[in-house]
Design a protein around this ligand. Structure first.
Ligand SMILES: Nc1ncnc2c1ncn2[C@@H]1O[C@H](COP(=O)(O)OP(=O)(O)OP(=O)(O)O)[C@@H](O)[C@H]1O
Ligand SMILES: C[C@@](O)(CCOP(=O)(O)O)CC(=O)O
Length: 459
């Protein structure tokens, strides 16, 4: 190990799949069953050596798997308790500003919080982001085969990469925030191994993720990035609606109180003890490349619920019951070690049927006909227990539960090989289904994790 590894800190956070509870989880009355995935975003922080003894207040962030993915920021403490303001610096006077709102917001929020706990200036650091390959569409070898490169060079700018929908921004903001807290704060002020530390990270990452996306979602993706697989009940949205912004008077104190929850306002529920995953079963994702999400799906579903509350609430209550039954069945299978997967198939079928009701009644293609065909074809493969359109659904990836056996994956591969043509001819949604690839990801129970820095490439 070279000595530079000693001062480097690396933290990783998992991607997610909302197996059950899409849309419902937006309402505190309901829960979502979210699985963490073994595709992670890793963030490395290292001090910048200063030979002259003069430290400039500059932070450089790189995402070396993408073209031109370098962001430089100046930072300063604002007057009137305004927290830490960051300003993106141009790489050259003539080059356009290539912004990364998630990085920039996570940086100013984390530095603001850190500055409330530390006196004096924060020394500059260099930050590197590594994304596991499955966050972006490209064929990856499945279990058993050797992955050639741990972190593939995608060779394109970040905006041109095809995302697979594993929640890169939430995993990034969470790992990025955690890496900065671990770097700048002493173990006694902040530790990821305690529940208190995770709660603090959760609150801070939810605040900056919402600010960066410009809307308050349910936050299931940030919650699973911190706590891993869980049943999730969201926080009241009003919590994040009026905390001001970096630079505005009083922002630092408001953020500190929000993050440390000094008025006990956070009502998020992370339920881990009712969730388990049976040995012998595996979750996999099939990425529909060129799949696209219909814009405004959330808005349309919510306006249907507002217009027809009785109709919608009937479906949502039944779905909530089926979603909980799925979590219970998975936990029972894990506890009893039974290999009778018929009840699990049944749970998945009843969820799918209710999701199709929701699609029909709301007019939103949550499980469109082309995904119904894909899921039915996958479910007919021996060893496949069942599958759903996860999250918001639409034309994105599907999630399957299968018997954890390479033969099942091989059989699935055979079915999916010719899928492109079948989808285009018979999809019936006016959408072309692209190629369907089995991603190399699987479920993972663990959330945020401090990593051994020596296994990452030197940057
Ligand atoms: N590897 C990375 N390096 C730097 N920034 C990244 C990286 N991955 C994601 N980001 C940031 O997150 C943004 C993508 O966030 P977006 O919410 O659109 O996708 P997502 O979180 O993957 O979506 P979904 O919830 O559908 O999975 C990028 O534009 C960039 O700002
Ligand atoms: C529709 C929704 O409930 C889930 C969206 O999930 P995904 O981004 O499709 O994985 C929105 C949310 O929970 O914020």
């Amino acid at each position: 190990m070279s000595s530079s590894h000693l001062s480097r800190k690396v933290v990783s956070a998992p991607g997610k799949v909302l197996l059950a509870g899409g849309y419902l989880v937006l309402d505190r009355k309901h829960t979502g069953l979210v699985f963490g995935l073994d595709a992670r975003i890793h963030v490395q922080v290292q001090p910048v050596p200063t030979s002259s003894g003069v430290a400039l207040s500059e932070i450089i962030v790189r995402s070396p798997q993408f073209k031109d993915a370098v962001w430089e920021y100046g930072y300063r403490l604002a007057d009137h308790d305004g927290g830490c303001e960051v300003t993106q610096l141009r790489v050259s006077a003539t080059s356009p500003l290539n912004q990364n709102p998630f990085v920039e917001t996570a940086l100013s929020y984390a530095l603001t919080y850190i500055s409330t706990l530390r006196n004096g200036t924060l020394e500059p650091v260099s930050i590197t982001i590594f994304a596991d390959n499955d966050y972006y569409s490209q064929p990856t070898p499945l279990d058993g085969a050797t992955r050639t490169t741990r972190f593939v060079d995608f060779g394109v700018p970040l905006q041109e990469a095809h995302k697979t929908g594993l929640g890169s921004s939430a995993a990034l903001v969470t790992a990025f925030t955690a890496a900065l807290l671990v770097h700048y704060l002493s173990e006694s002020a902040f530790s990821l191994s305690s529940y208190k530390g995770k709660r603090l990270l959760h609150n801070l990452a939810q605040a900056s993720h919402c600010a960066a996306q410009g809307k308050v979602g349910s936050g299931f993706d940030v919650a699973s990035a911190v706590f891993g697989t869980c049943l999730y009940r969201r926080f009241s949205p009003s919590l994040l609606e009026s905390h001001g912004e970096p630079g505005s008077s009083g922002f630092a104190t408001t953020l500190q109180s929000l993050v440390e929850d000094s008025s006990s306002k956070w009502d998020t529920k992370i339920i881990k003890d009712r969730v388990n995953f049976p040995k012998g079963v595996r979750l996999i994702m099939c990425d529909v490349d060129c799949g696209s999400k219909t814009p405004g799906m959330v808005k349309k579903v919510l306006s249907w619920r507002k217009e027809k509350p009785e109709e919608a609430n009937r479906v949502w209550s039944a779905l909530q019951e089926s979603n909980e039954a799925l979590a219970t069945e998975l936990a029972d299978l894990a506890n009893t070690e039974s290999k009778d997967y018929a009840p699990l198939t049944q749970c998945i079928q009843s969820i799918r049927s209710l999701i199709r009701d929701m699609s029909r009644l709301s007019g939103v293609p949550i499980e469109p006909a082309s995904q119904t065909k894909l899921l039915d074809a996958c479910s007919n493969v021996p060893g496949v227990i069942g599958g759903v359109v996860p999250g918001a659904g639409g034309f994105d990836a599907v999630a399957l539960l299968i018997e954890d056996d390479a033969k099942v994956i091989a059989r699935l591969g055979d079915v999916l090989d010719g899928w492109n043509i079948q989808g285009q001819e018979g999809g019936g949604d006016g959408m072309d289904m692209g190629r369907v690839n089995v991603l190399g990801v699987r479920e993972e129970l663990e959330g945020i994790r401090v990593e051994d820095p020596s296994v990452y490439p030197d940057m």
